[in-house]
Ligand binder design. Structure first.
Ligand SMILES: [Zn+2]
Length: 76
């Protein structure tokens, strides 16, 4: 005899660009477009000591963001 338990599973259904609000669909773990995902834990002596900041950017917003850099991103 087999006994089963019900488990709650959470999976990503979409990514929303933090800059423009564009939605990027995710089906079965596959993104319909690539995104920049950033997660940063700030440490001492930052004013944000121990805060974790995270955000996602769509490719268009990433392109616009890096164009503001004085030094271009490294591309390999
Ligand atoms: Zn965007």
């Amino acid at each position: 005899m087999k006994q089963y338990q019900t488990k709650e599973i959470q999976e990503i259904s979409k990514i929303i660009c933090n800059k423009c609000g564009k939605e990027i669909a995710v089906e079965n773990g596959r993104y319909s477009a690539d995104v920049l995902q950033v997660e940063k834990r700030w440490n001492y002596p930052s004013d944000k000591d121990n805060e974790v900041h995270r955000f996602d950017l769509c490719e268009e917003c990433y392109d616009a963001f890096v164009q503001t850099f004085s030094i271009p991103v490294e591309v390999r």
